[in-house]
Design a protein around this ligand. Sequence first.
Ligand code: HEC
Ligand code: HEC
Length: 268
Amino acid sequence: MNQPKDPKTRASDESFCSLLVGFNFLFFTGLLAFMLILPLKAVFSGSDAQHGTDAGHEGVADASHDTAAEVHAAAGAVEVIAPAAGKAAYMICSTCHGAEGEGNVALNAPALAGQQDWYLKRQLIKYKDGVRGTHPDDIYGMQMRPMAMTLTDEAKIDEVVAYIAQLPVTAPLPTFDGDAARGAASYALCAACHGPDAEGNVLMNAPALQNLQDWYIVRQLQNYKSGVRGTHPKDIYGMQMRPMAMILADEQAMKDIAAFINSKAAAK
Ligand code: HEC
Ligand code: HEC
């Protein structure tokens, strides 16, 4: 019954066998890693849904920014404690983003004034960690990344964000024609996350849009659509935004939405 096989067949059987073992080993370690990561992810996104920050995802545990209420309390506290430190740290930023964080189209730098503090912080961490500003076609993100790296630790990030938070907010001027009425219709979808007045919603992890310049809004929508932004494996919030940009048919649709969003800033 158990006829011994000739050595040739046995050898090829064995190598097939070790191939299978190798494959199984890879497959199961992969599966194990996946199973280990999954609950961790669930824990983090669970705490996200409650707390609305992604400190866990970005590898920075930040108890002081855990809830929306605490974000504001903490921002207020930092403002009192370290305005001078934040001002000094903001000096370098002002060369591109403007003395009052109003942005500068010539330097491709968006407005920062009026943006929510938790979002500013998250983006700075993303730039530092290479989650944003590393895509080979992200020329503007690549300009920003080394700037975020000058903020050596979390305390520095908090300081500069607290400084930006108290800058006066000015409504951005339009740089192109967009049909705000048409934009209003397509913005209905965006409102679910970014809020009816594009004021942002920490619980949805969605930033304020209302004070961003139209050219920056359109560029980010294009970045999301083309995959320059929102495709890094660690960019979970960018990945949530990306399909939304893909719904927008063309550049005109993006310009119309930007015009509508800016009309919300002007109304304030
Ligand atoms: C060399 C010019 C330059 C300097 C200096 C600079 N930035 Fe930027 N920053 C940019 C550009 C350009 C972008 C937009 C990148 C893009 O289009 O994706 C940007 C984007 C950002 C964003 C993301 C905004 C958003 O709405 O997502 C933040 C936050 C930011 N910068 C903060 C800072 C801070 C804080 C400093 C100082 C430590 C700083 N920047 C210094 C050029 C600069
Ligand atoms: C499912 C929720 C959701 C919807 C719906 C949504 N967004 Fe977003 N959006 C986000 C999140 C989350 C981010 C932040 C990503 C990050 O943290 O990098 C974002 C980021 C953005 C940004 C980048 C802002 C900046 O400062 O760089 C723009 C612009 C934007 N969204 C526009 C829109 C528009 C326009 C629509 C409607 C067509 C829309 N969003 C619909 C969740 C959403």
